[in-house]
Design a protein around this ligand. Structure first.
Ligand SMILES: NC(=O)c1ccc[n+]([C@@H]2O[C@H](COP(=O)([O-])OP(=O)(O)OC[C@H]3O[C@@H](n4cnc5c(N)ncnc54)[C@H](O)[C@@H]3O)[C@@H](O)[C@H]2O)c1
Length: 337
């Protein structure tokens, strides 16, 4: 049996795909998740410990019981919009969660951490070019604030206690396990691709394009979609990284190419055999026209590159997962697909 890795939030979307990648690499994932937004059915490659990531004692006990040698910390709250209304929850779960993870790691002599960070740490970029890690960090919502605070707390712990950590700043995680075992099943769903799929297949959820007057080719926002299995693989590689910069490194994970909202809708329509019904609404506050990663640092430091993040594969795997989904909150199947 390989080394044991604690995966907080491992019952969630990106965490469950990462557990599969860990198992494929010969490592043993132990999932620690309160199942507030995850699925027990997604925990297939090791044990599930149901607990709150802010529960320091429980975390420490779990690390010791399972002889954990490294931690991947996904657990947290993820909806940007909700963070504007309930910043208290975001600071509590996302920042106190990191504090508890670090404290339990120190107690157990666990020195290696991979942290789920986000493009939201950059806020609204001044320009339209791809974002690199040296760009200004200026979050514009409590979600991004809480993630940046987590990064900084981790960096300080690395410097002070000799830990090693990598913060992976994901752009838009998307797609589903190519074997169809896992996929995106958030409730509520706020991500464009699953919403567009629902709109195409059932029409049950209204789809709104927020703004068509951006300075982009078709006037809609452009985002960088990266396949969740490519993200998962990067976590396994990051576990083996020999860090520099006082033990803490941050890197962008994206494809380095943008896809517009209207291109997403078009591709989903083709994959589903019928177009999603949508309306055009006003721009949302703080929505940048273009958010695309420069993933050069991750490519170099992790010897990683996106392998199945071409947009067609992302959409095809997401649609296949939706049509054959084995868990999740959406039970209405389409009359025809
Ligand atoms: N999905 C994206 O596009 C994206 C982009 C950037 C960053 N991220 C980050 O990646 C991580 C995973 O995102 P995801 O899309 O897989 O979300 P998800 O909601 O599917 O997974 C998060 C998991 O954490 C668990 N959780 C939440 N609060 C918890 C707590 N207090 N204690 C224990 N478990 C708790 C949930 O039950 C869930 O299983 C998050 O930290 C998120 O901020 C996601």
């Amino acid at each position: 049996m390989g080394d044991t890795i604690l995966v907080t939030g491992g019952a969630g979307y990106i965490g469950s795909h990462t557990c599969k990648a860990l198992a494929q690499a010969g490592l043993e994932p132990v999932v620690y998740d309160d199942l507030s937004n995850g699925h027990a059915q997604a925990v297939k490659w090791g044990p599930l410990v149901q607990g709150d990531v802010r529960d320091r004692e429980r975390l420490a006990r779990t690390m010791s019981d399972h002889k954990v040698v490294g931690v991947i910390h996904f657990a947290g709250l993820i909806e940007v919009g909700r963070s504007m209304h309930r910043p208290d929850l975001y600071w509590d779960h996302n920042v106190n969660g990191v504090a508890a993870v670090l404290s339990a790691m120190r107690d157990n002599g666990v020195a290696r951490l991979i942290f789920s960070s986000t493009a939201a740490v950059y806020g609204t970029p001044a320009g339209l070019s791809a974002l690199s890690e040296t760009d200004v960090l200026n979050p514009i919502n409590p979600y991004g604030d809480s993630k940046l605070a987590g990064e900084r707390m981790i960096a300080a712990n690395c410097a002070a206690f000799g830990m090693e950590a990598v913060a992976l700043r994901y752009f838009n995680a998307s797609g589903a396990d190519p074997d169809g075992e896992l996929g995106e099943a958030h409730d509520p769903e706020t991500h464009l691709i699953p919403l567009a799929i629902e709109a195409a297949l059932t029409g049950s959820r209204p789809l709104t394009v927020f703004g068509r007057d951006f300075p982009t080719d078709d006037g809609s926002c452009v985002r960088d979609y990266i396949h969740v299995a490519d993200l998962a693989r990067a976590h396994v590689l990051a576990l083996g990284l020999s860090t520099v910069d006082q033990g803490f490194e941050a890197m962008n994970l994206g494809r380095g190419q943008g896809t517009s909202v209207l291109e997403v809708i078009e591709a989903v329509g083709q994959a589903c055999g019928r177009p999603p019904v949508y309306s055009v609404g006003d721009r949302r506050a703080g929505d940048p026209p273009i958010l695309v990663a420069d993933p050069a640092r991750a490519m170099k430091r992790l010897t990683w590159k996106p392998e199945i993040s071409d947009f067609q594969t992302i959409v095809d795997t997401a649609v296949a997962w939706r049509l054959n989904r084995r868990f999740g909150g959406i039970t209405t199947l389409p009359a025809a697909a």
